[in-house]
Every structure is written in structure tokens, then in C-alpha cells.
Ligand binder design. Structure first.
Ligand SMILES: [Zn+2]
Length: 329
């Protein structure tokens, strides 16, 4: 693995192809002054490798700030690998959500049981197999990682030496706390999971309209390069494709909801429609069923719910069952 320089004093650690847990991270350096790290990954081996590469890139410019783009563990469970005197920043909504997340040890136990249960037929086996797929062979930290110690509500400008980094909260959308980091001097935006490129985005929280607005905000920034949370570097065309996916899911999903079709069946039906063709090559297409469970909840007028382990497990059961029917077709 090598850090890829994407602009002057700006690096990305891209983890291809960008599936479950394969999170991209970033580094912004003002040479001779200071540096900022964007996101830390949950796999301990990968987190250590990134930290050691960052140490060699920041020898003259110590890491003063770390940003976590949101509360999913694959974006902050490596926080113990950044210098202990660095400030860790996230949105207030994201910090709140992090405190509600199941700690890595709990997810580890759950995923390990899932791996065993995966050998069973039926829904228990489907859930187990799917949870094991989500962990993707990662080794989680043994203890709960350091939480951020600095938050902001909507926007905050952080000075990394003489370079300005503009943080902006654009959630709730993918999760409660989604934020982006815009580096205007080089035209780079780190979008967190508001962008999945080449794999299917997941709506855990919503509302979906906020996500579409966030994509419009990303486009309006007119950056030279966008670093997605997962997948390769991208530009405006790829962002528009994500926007089209969400517009389609919103329309087609709502039609199924209004017709009283159960959400997992609706997801399967949508994936078999002609309109799905532009998105069928994206990784993990079955994530549509996770999104549909969130959308149905919101359309019923229920409040957005945090993606607790129980809720994720239920959604993973649906996704696992959907995959088994797709693979046996
Ligand atoms: Zn992620």
C-alpha cells in the first residue's frame, strides 16, 4: 500500500475496490508546519500501516488535527494510531452517534458468531454469512478507540499551518453526523460516505432529501478531485450518477411503499427492473434492501433510528437472504 499524492501537500490512502470496511483516508500537509489526517480505518493492521506511512510524510510537519467524517466504525476505530496529542474533530451529531455505537469488541463477537452461524441453512445462516462479509476479514481493535475531543455544529475552518480546511456538516443523511472536508487551495474534497463510487451507497439514517442536497453541495464546490469514503477518486460525473441512483430509489421505492409492497420484496423487484441497469455493476447491489428498510421507516412517519447492532443485524438478514436468492437464480 502506498499513499497516493493527489495534489500539492495532499495525499489519499485509497483502498480498492472500496467494499465493506475498505475505507479511504487522507492526509493534508503544510510542509514544515502542521498536518491533518482525514479518517482512520477499523482494521488494526491497515491502520498501523497508514499511520507509519503518515509518520514518514509528516516528519517536518506534525499531525495536529484529525477529522472523523462520521460515526461508522470503519472511519474512526483506528483513532488510537494517530499521535496522542493531536486534536480529533467531528460534527456534534457524529460524536453523539459514536457514543451510541456498539464498541469494536461487541461487533467482533457478533461477527464471529455470525461466521459460525453462516454454515446454517435459512435466515440465521444468511445473516451470519452476510455479517462475516461486512467484516471482510478485518481485525478490530481490542479496546474502544479514542473519541473526538472537538466538535462543531455546522461549519468550522481549521488552519493546518497556513492552509485552510473548511469542514461542513451536511447530515443527517448516510448517518446522523456526515461531514465533508474541503481543501480550497488545491480543489480537493474529502466527502466521507456521502460518496460511494463503484459500490452501492447505503442510507442508514436519512432523510434521503438531505443526501441529495449534500450531493448538490459537493457539485457546487466544483472541486478538481473528490475523495469518496469508498472507491476510486472521482469528479462531477460520478457524483451525478450517485444522485441519479438516489432519485430513482426515492421514486421507485415510494411507488412500492404506496402500493403496500413489503420492503424486501420491493427491493428485489426494483433490482429486476430495467431502470436498475445503470447501477447493477456497482458492488454490493443488495444494499438496496438496507436502504429500503430505512426509507419505509421514514415514510411511515417513524423517527430516524441510529443503526444499532440489532437494526443492522436485521437489515443484514434481509440482505443475506436477498443475496442467496440472487445467487441461486
Ligand atoms: Zn464507510
Amino acid at each position: 500500500m502506498n499513499a497516493q499524492q493527489i495534489a500539492d501537500g495532499t495525499w489519499a490512502h485509497l483502498w480498492t475496490p472500496g467494499g465493506w470496511g475498505q475505507t479511504n483516508t487522507g492526509l493534508i500537509v503544510d510542509d514544515g508546519a502542521a498536518s491533518m489526517v482525514i479518517d482512520t480505518v477499523w482494521d488494526t493492521g491497515r491502520a498501523d500501516a497508514i499511520a507509519s506511512e503518515n509518520r514518514s510524510l509528516t516528519r517536518r510537519s506534525p499531525v495536529t488535527d484529525v477529522v472523523n467524517t462520521h460515526s461508522d466504525g470503519d472511519h474512526w476505530w483506528g483513532n488510537d494510531t494517530v499521535p496522542s496529542d493531536a486534536r480529533i474533530i467531528t460534527s456534534a451529531a457524529s460524536l453523539h452517534a459514536m457514543k451510541e455505537e456498539t464498541p469494536p469488541s461487541g461487533v467482533h463477537l457478533f461477527a464471529s458468531l455470525g461466521a459460525l452461524a453462516g454454515r446454517l441453512p435459512g435466515p440465521v445462516g444468511a445473516t451470519g454469512t452476510y455479517m462475516d462479509r461486512v467484516r471482510g476479514g478485518a481485525t478490530f481493535p481490542r479496546t474502544s478507540p479514542r473519541l473526538p475531543n472537538h466538535t462543531f455544529d455546522v461549519t468550522e475552518r481549521i488552519d493546518v499551518g497556513t492552509r485552510a480546511v473548511q469542514l461542513r456538516y451536511l447530515g443527517p443523511a448516510h448517518t446522523a453526523g456526515d461531514l465533508i472536508a474541503h481543501v480550497p487551495d488545491v480543489g480537493v474534497v474529502f466527502s466521507g460516505d456521502l460518496l460511494f463510487i463503484g459500490s452501492t451507497p447505503i442510507l442508514w439514517h436519512g432523510p434521503l432529501s438531505n443526501w441529495i442536497d449534500a450531493l448538490d453541495h459537493l457539485l457546487a464546490l466544483d472541486a478538481a478531485v473528490y475523495v469518496p469514503g469508498h472507491g476510486p477518486l472521482c469528479g462531477a460525473d460520478e457524483i451525478r450518477a450517485v444522485r441519479e441512483y438516489w432519485t430513482w430509489v426515492d421514486d421507485a421505492g415510494r411507488r412500492h411503499f404506496d402500493a403496500g409492497v413489503e420492503y424486501a420484496y420491493a427491493a428485489r423487484n426494483m433490482m429486476q427492473s430495467r431502470d436498475f441497469q445503470p447501477y447493477q455493476a456497482w458492488g454490493s447491489p443488495e444494499r438496496l434492501v438496507l436502504t429500503m428498510s430505512t426509507l419505509y421507516r421514514l415514510w411511515k412517519g417513524e423517527p430516524a433510528a441510529p443503526p444499532t447492532l440489532l437494526r443492522r443485524a436485521r437489515a443484514f438478514a434481509d440482505a443475506g437472504a436477498l443475496l442467496r436468492t440472487m445467487e441461486s437464480r
